[in-house]
Design a binder for this molecule. Structure first.
Ligand SMILES: Cc1cc2nc3c(=O)[nH]c(=O)nc-3n(C[C@H](O)[C@H](O)[C@H](O)COP(=O)(O)OP(=O)(O)OC[C@H]3O[C@@H](n4cnc5c(N)ncnc54)[C@H](O)[C@@H]3O)c2cc1C
Length: 288
């Protein structure tokens, strides 16, 4: 289908983009990689009157390691994240997620800021972003705001961003000592989106016990969530197959699972249990 008519502006800075968003109110949308917004416009699920292209602001694409954090610019593509040494060393679960997104064309154009802001319930990054305790830095008319990942994903296609706010950066705290993380998914065969994706982050203390366990799950509910009961059951314990299996029984506890042509709610909840255990096993192996 053909999209509605719209006016197109290339923003040269993030400040200019925020001003344009404010000027046009709810009639404008930011476009970054265009790999979620343009299909939605062609399907007429979105019909902005003004498109503000931030995709050509060069200083928004970077991966830096600084002050105990990995800092990733909003316009960094999935491919850059997939292949970044700093990301692989500091937060492997994010590199895993980036490498599993769509196909090579999507990974070359799609951006992390666009993916997080779009908040597709089947998107890959949110599981890793939650497990890794990331912070999303947004710029709006009142200045900058830091949003913890745990507060960012609010509902299907809905985030904690205010209408005139733009994601500028994603910050991931680096952990020290024996630590590892991983992301795995069961993909929908045609689109590649996650029917269930699970990310796990672990630390192992001197006696080999688990601490600061983080588990994020995507694809199962309206939005990605943390498996907090599973995390609690694992902290302070020595990893063993029976323990992991038992702890992951509660991975989808309290979640109203999506139920559609791709998978039933019960199947998704079962995948949450299986994939959180597999992601934990992979994270523990990397920590070791
Ligand atoms: C064929 C195909 C397969 C795909 N498979 C997968 C998959 O397996 N897993 C997966 O996770 N994703 C998948 N995607 C989605 C892909 O990852 C998109 O790139 C991503 O979801 C959106 O990023 P973008 O930069 O293209 O955003 P855009 O499409 O440009 O924007 C998406 C939304 O975010 C807003 N936005 C963009 N940037 C910002 C910003 N910095 N701040 C605030 N709002 C912003 C826009 O206004 C828009 O509402 C697939 C897409 C396609 C076309």
């Amino acid at each position: 289908m053909i999209a509605h008519n719209f006016e197109y502006t290339v923003a040269t800075s993030l400040g200019e983009a925020v001003n344009l968003l404010q000027k046009h109110g709810g009639r404008a949308k930011i476009v970054a990689g265009g790999h979620s917004l343009i299909p939605m416009m062609k399907l007429r699920l979105a019909a902005p009157e003004f498109l503000i292209d931030i995709g050509r602001i060069p200083e928004l694409s970077y991966v830096n390691k600084e002050n105990g954090k990995i800092r990733i610019g909003a316009l960094t593509t999935h491919y850059v994240i997939e292949t970044s040494d700093a990301v692989a060393r500091g937060c492997h679960a994010l590199a895993d997620a980036a490498g599993l997104i769509g196909d090579v064309q999507v990974r070359n154009k799609g951006t992390i800021g666009g993916s997080l802001s779009h908040a597709d319930p089947a998107a890959d990054y949110p599981a890793s972003i939650l497990a890794l305790d990331a912070t999303i830095v947004a710029l709006g008319p009142k200045g900058e705001r830091q949003i913890p990942a745990s507060k960012f994903f609010v509902d299907m296609l809905t985030t904690a961003l205010e209408p005139n706010e733009i994601v500028r950066e994603i910050q991931i705290p680096l952990r020290s000592g024996r630590t590892g993380s991983a992301y795995l998914k069961m993909a929908q065969k045609a689109s590649g989106f996650a029917i269930c994706g699970a990310a796990a982050v672990v630390e192992l203390d001197g006696s080999g016990r688990l601490s600061n366990v983080g588990i994020g799950i995507t694809g199962v509910g309206n939005h990605a969530f943390r498996a907090t009961d599973t995390e609690k059951a694992l902290n302070g314990q020595k990893p063993a197959p029976d323990l992991l299996k038992k702890a992951c029984e509660s991975a989808g506890k309290g979640i109203i699972a999506l139920d559609d042509i791709h998978a039933s709610a019960n199947y998704r909840l079962d995948l949450a249990r299986v994939f959180s255990r597999r992601a934990l096993e992979a994270a523990i192996e990397r920590a070791g």
